[in-house]
Structures are given as structure tokens and as C-alpha cells.
Design a protein around this ligand. Structure first.
Ligand code: MSP
Length: 639
């Protein structure tokens, strides 16, 4: 029997209650890396993401804003899709729980389980956390707080439908035993086992107080509980129970549901129990990753510590963010997000290790072989060593990605990059060039190019844009298979590494005290100009101010305010029509030096063209023209 060649991977579907933050982008970026990696290995991948649009939380927000919930979520869902595009997320399907096909399947599933006796009606009395959309028992919610998010829970008393979750407690525990890969990492398996063993109650799966939901098919007074609705997306996206169920036939069961640790219960207990009740195969793996924390706290809008991924992409590029998320955080555990750590990673790993390797080698190609590249010399010990290093790194990389350790996989790849930098240092191409040992020199540069070719293949799932750019420098087309990384001497000998703009410019970091001083200066300036509209210094520079000497002055006929002046600006003379006749006689002005704006567009005043503007202070009758404190050359710049 041949092994299954499909790979179905999902992210959680996100609540469009607000814009996504970097914590959400974390899950999706990792899913994208696994999807791309498996595509490169020739798997037929289906990568699903989407939005979870029903429920009390969305209903309340839309009510507060005074809009229909659908109108509210539509906008936000577009922002999700725009973000995924900017982050280069290569999803194949985007499911919205307001899609017609999805809603129909949710109703069908509800009906099937009801007909089977796995859903029944009863009275619910308990607690509810609206932000998490989860029910809690009195004993679970200590001090009236949600055990997951720590926010206050509400008391709910409703006549509701229940799913016989308790019936599946033992079958689930048995399933976990027989399928050790089902829940990962293993710490989450223990959490799930403990949760079940502490007593699994039947689950309330409808609400009467919530109108923004899918109606229970046989009782429209009830809407289906948002989590029951949400998990069904993994099947509805594949067309399950419709005439067009090719995707379902091809891809189910899912290979990987990637979720955050706080929603593990829904994916490793409730969802599998629903699948058991439906007699459907269970997903191969549910992986519960940790949180991205900010100064030790989970990011959340209410704590005000969320970071907008769009701003990070603007500042650092999508690839740098993707790299950081995958490299910095031990997958499965919580990890701290900080700007300092991000900059450190970019500078050390990307600008220094990888960026320098490319830059040094491309410069040497240009310097030593501006025209023809000579025949390669024989492979010697250092090259054989590099070949071994590359083979080892790629084997490790593949193994570690398969075992959900992207951070270690990247470390393996970076070990190879550092070895290549060291190889350059020890083979010293500059000395080979001095000794005119060109075949050996060509071999050394080629060897680094070969390492970079291999790196570009492995890097593509993590940093697709940068991997493509590296390949352009190596004069290679797009990567088509991971196998390319397992070949040694696969790069053509007549190619060179082309020079290009640095892929990863170093981020300059200001010293703390320098930054503090700057902040202080900014704050002082701000207090002084607090009520004025502020402009940039560049805006100020746009105004050309010069000293002019007035050569002649006369009244403008028909006006008692205007004087016609001829002013000397050093290299030219200009006519100025100025409204200063009430403050100055023409005689007083001749010979005076005044400040003028010289680059205003000329204006016609009383039929005369005014080619500059005199600066003066005060009102019409008591005007005082501004003049330099001592004589200066006509045309001198003011600034
Ligand atoms: N709608 C549900 C999921 C339904 S799946 C059938 C939901 N949505 S969510 O928008 O609140 O969260 C989605 C995912 O984002 C969860 O996996 C959650 O763990 C993840 N994250 C939210 N904040 C996060 C961090 N700060 N760090 C890492 N992941 C985070 O739950």
C-alpha cells in the first residue's frame, strides 16, 4: 500500500471581533511554513484558514456599534485576508462560518446527532465566558473568573440542547492511548487526560439568548453554540455531505490541526467526540502551541499590549517577521515577543550570518573573476567537509520540522551558514587570489554558492521572498522540490553569485541614553509649540528667505495701502508690491534692507506683478518691516 500523499493542515478560524495581532499571525505563519514545506516535498497540500463569525461576542460588539453583525464582520474579515496576503500566507481555502454551505452542514450535523440521541434537551444552569465563548461549571471558575482568560464569567440559566460529551470520556482516553501522535506536545496530552478524568460533563450546544448564530434546525428559538458551529468548519470547507465532496474524499482526515493551547479542549476533546459520534475518522494530530507573550503576559486587546503585525511588516519586512516567529520561540512553549529580540535576530542571523555570506562571496566573484570563471579545481578536504555539513544540516532540518521543532530546524540550518562563513575565513580566497591559484579560488567560491543554493531550498518555507531573491543572485529559477537540497555539486560551475542590494540591512539601534535625550528634546519642543500645527524641518526649508536692499519705492496709483518697490537680491532685481504704505513713506524705505520670501508664486496686485513678499510684524498701521541687525550683502540667505 502506498503512503497517503495528501496533507491537510488547518489553523483555528479567527474571531472577527477585532483586527488580528501578532499572536494570531504566529499560528498562521507556522501553519504556512508546514504547508510550504510539505508542498516542496511533493505532497498534495490543502491549507485551510478562515473566520469564526457567530456568537455572543460578535453580537454584542455589533450591537454596541449599531450595525448588523454581518456588516461588522465583513470589514474585519477583509483585513484578515489582506494581512495574510502581506505575510505571504499560501492558504488554499478560506472558510467563513457565515458561508451558506457551512451553515447547512452545521445544521445537518446537529440533526444527525439529535436523531442518534447524542443531543438532547435539558436545562442549563452555569457560567459563561463571553470573550472565550465557553461554558464553565461553578467548581471550574474560581472566584467567578474564567480559567482560560481570567475575565469575569456570567451566570446563564437557559433551556438548552446538550451534547452527550460524557459518553465519550472513555473512548477518548482509549483513543489517546492507541494514537500517541494524536495530541502534541505530550504536555498537552496530560492536560487533556486530566481534564477528562476530573469529570467530563455533557456540553451545552445551543443558546436562546444569542440570536447571531445558526438556528437549531428543528427549533428556531435556539441558535447553535458557536464552538459546535466553529469546529465543523474543518469538514464544511471540504464539502462534506454535499454533492461536491471531492476535497473531503481526498483530504479527510486532517493531518494537522494547529491551535493555541487555550483552545486545545475544543479540538482534542469536544471535536473528536463529535467525530466519534458521527463515525468519522479523527485528525492525525492536534498540536497545541504556546502563547506569544509580551513581558510575560498574553497579548490581548483588553490588556492593551497587542502588536499590529502590519506595522511590523512595514518596518522590518514580512520575511523578517516570519523568521523571527519561527526561530525565536520554542514551538509548543510560550515565548516572549520583544522589539529588541526581533532586532537582535535580524542583525545577528540575517544581516550578519546569512547576509554577509552572500555579500562577501558575490563581491569576490566580481573582484576576482570579472569576466570568465576558470575551471574549478579539485575538491579538497575542506570542501568534502562542507558537503558532509550540508548533508547533515538538511537531514536534521527535515527531521526537526517533521517533529514540530521549527526553531531547532532553523538552528541546524544556521549552523551550516556559520560553517560556510568559517570555511571562507580558513580557505582565505584573498590569499589564493594573491598567489594566482585561480582554479582553487573558483572552487572555494563555488562551494559557498553551493551551500547558498542548498540554504535557499530549505529557507523557502520560512522566508519565501528572500529565498527567491537568493536564487536570483545564484541565477537559479524558483525552487521546485526539497530534493534539490539533498544534492551536492548541483549548482552549475559557470554561474556566479550576482551582486545585489543587501537582503537584510542591519537595523541601527540607538544607545539608550541617546534615545532618552532625543525623547526629552522632542517633549520640550512639544510643550513650547503645543497649540501650533507642527511642520517638519524640511517643510521650513521649502521657504526661501533672503535679505533684499530696496532700490526704489513709489505709491501705487489708486491705492492708499500699496507701495511698488524695486528690490536688489544680489543676482537679480525684483518688483515687490507691498501693503505697507500706511506705515512707511517711500523715502523712508529706499536704501533699507528687508527680509523677503523669494519663492512664492508671483501674484498680480492692482495690475502689477509682485515677485516677492516682504516680512513685517504688527498690524496695518503699525507695521515694522524686519531687517538685519547690521548690513549684509543683498541676496544673503536667511536661515
Ligand atoms: N474562534 C476561535 C477558534 C475556533 S477554531 C475552530 C478562537 N479564535 S481567536 O481569534 O480568539 O484565536 C485564534 C487563535 O489565535 C488561537 O489558537 C489562539 O491561541 C491564537 N492566539 C491568540 N493570541 C495569541 C497569542 N498571544 N499567542 C499565540 N497565539 C495566540 O479562539
Amino acid at each position: 500500500m502506498c503512503a497517503k500523499n495528501t496533507y491537510y493542515i488547518t489553523t483555528p478560524i479567527y474571531y472577527p471581533s477585532d483586527k488580528l495581532h501578532i499572536g494570531h499571525a504566529y499560528t498562521t505563519t507556522i501553519a504556512d511554513c508546514f504547508a510550504r514545506f510539505n508542498r516542496l516535498r511533493g505532497k498534495d497540500v490543502y491549507f485551510l484558514t478562515g473566520s469564526d463569525e457567530h456568537g455572543q461576542k460578535i453580537q454584542r460588539i455589533a450591537e454596541e456599534k449599531g450595525v448588523h453583525p454581518k456588516e461588522y464582520v465583513d470589514n474585519i474579515v477583509h483585513s484578515f485576508q489582506a494581512l495574510w496576503q502581506r505575510l505571504n500566507i499560501s492558504y488554499d481555502g478560506f472558510i467563513r462560518t457565515t458561508d451558506e454551505e457551512h451553515m447547512q452542514l452545521v445544521q445537518k450535523v446537529f440533526q444527525i446527532l439529535y436523531d442518534k440521541g447524542d443531543i438532547y434537551k435539558s436545562k442549563y444552569e452555569g457560567l459563561y465566558c463571553t470573550p472565550c465563548e465557553s461554558f464553565w461549571l461553578e467548581r471550574q471558575a474560581k472566584d467567578g473568573k474564567c480559567p482560560d482568560c481570567g475575565r469575569s464569567v456570567e451566570r446563564v440559566e437557559e433551556e438548552n440542547y446538550f451534547f452527550r460529551l460524557s459518553k465519550y470520556a472513555q473512548p477518548l482516553l482509549d483513543y489517546y492511548k492507541e494514537h500517541p501522535d494524536f495530541i502534541q506536545p505530550v504536555s498537552r496530552l496530560h492536560e487533556m487526560e486530566n481534564f477528562i478524568k476530573s469529570g467530563l460533563e455533557d456540553l451545552c450546544v445551543s443558546r436562546t439568548a444569542v440570536t447571531w448564530g445558526i438556528p437549531v434546525p428543528f427549533n428556531e428559538k435556539h441558535s447553535i453554540y458557536v464552538w459546535f458551529d466553529a469546529v465543523v468548519n474543518y469538514l464544511s470547507a471540504l464539502g462534506y455531505l454535499t454533492e461536491e465532496d471531492d476535497l473531503y474524499q481526498k483530504y479527510w482526515p486532517a493531518d494537522l490541526h494547529l491551535v493555541g493551547k487555550e483552545i486545545m479542549r475544543f479540538h482534542a476533546i469536544i471535536w473528536p467526540a463529535m467525530l466519534l459520534a458521527l463515525d468519522l475518522p479523527l485528525p492525525k494530530t492536534v498540536f497545541g502551541h504556546g502563547w506569544l507573550v509580551f513581558d510575560g503576559e498574553k497579548m490581548s486587546k483588553s490588556k492593551g499590549n497587542v502588536i499590529d503585525p502590519n506595522l511590523l511588516i512595514d518596518e522590518f519586512s514580512a520575511d523578517a517577521i516570519r523568521f523571527f516567529l519561527l526561530r525565536e520561540i520554542t514551538f509548543g512553549s510560550d515565548g516572549n515577543f520583544s522589539r529588541d529580540a526581533l532586532i537582535r535576530r535580524i542583525n545577528a542571523d540575517l544581516a550578519n550570518d546569512l547576509g554577509n555570506l552572500i555579500h562577501r562571496t558575490s563581491s569576490m566573484y566580481e573582484k576576482y573573476f570579472p569576466n570568465e570563471i576558470p575551471q574549478l579545481g579539485q575538491e579538497e578536504e575542506p570542501e568534502k567537509e562542507m558537503a558532509k555539513n550540508a548533508k547533515k544540516a538538511i537531514e536534521e532540518y527535515e527531521r526537526l520540522l517533521d517533529s514540530f521543532e521549527p526553531h531547532n530546524a532553523l538552528e541546524a540550518l544556521w549552523t551550516l551558514i556559520r560553517q560556510a562563513n568559517k570555511y571562507l575565513d580558513t580557505t582565505a580566497p584573498w590569499t589564493l587570489a594573491k598567489n594566482k591559484d585561480y582554479p582553487r579560488l573558483a572552487r572555494v567560491l563555488y562551494t559557498v554558492g553551493e551551500v547558498l543554493r542548498i540554504v535557499s531550498v530549505a529557507l523557502w518555507p520560512i522566508m519565501p521572498t528572500s529565498a527567491d531573491k537568493i536564487r536570483e543572485q545564484l541565477q537559479l529559477g524558483k525552487v521546485s522540490s526539497f530534493e534539490e537540497a539533498k544534492v551536492w555539486n548541483g549548482w552549475e560551475a559557470d554561474k556566479r553569485i550576482l551582486k545585489a542590494k543587501p537582503l537584510f540591512p542591519r537595523i541601527e539601534v540607538k544607545e539608550d541614553d541617546e534615545e532618552e535625550k532625543e525623547e526629552e528634546a522632542k517633549a520640550t519642543a512639544q510643550v513650547e509649540t503645543i497649540k501650533e500645527e507642527q511642520i517638519e524641518f524640511d517643510d521650513f526649508l521649502k521657504v526661501h528667505l533672503k535679505v533684499a536692499t530696496i532700490l526704489s519705492a513709489e505709491k501705487v496709483e489708486g491705492s492708499d495701502k500699496l507701495l511698488r518697490l524695486i528690490a536688489d537680491l544680489g543676482t537679480e532685481k525684483r518688483q515687490i508690491v507691498a501693503g505697507i504704505a500706511k506705515a512707511y513713506t517711500p523715502e523712508e524705505l529706499v536704501g533699507k534692507q528687508v527680509a523677503v520670501v523669494t519663492n512664492l508664486k508671483p501674484r498680480k496686485i492692482f495690475g502689477l506683478e509682485s515677485q516677492a513678499m516682504i516680512l513685517a510684524a504688527g498690524d496695518k498701521n503699525e507695521l515694522a518691516v524686519l531687517n538685519p541687525e547690521k548690513p549684509v550683502k543683498a541676496g544673503t540667505e536667511i536661515g
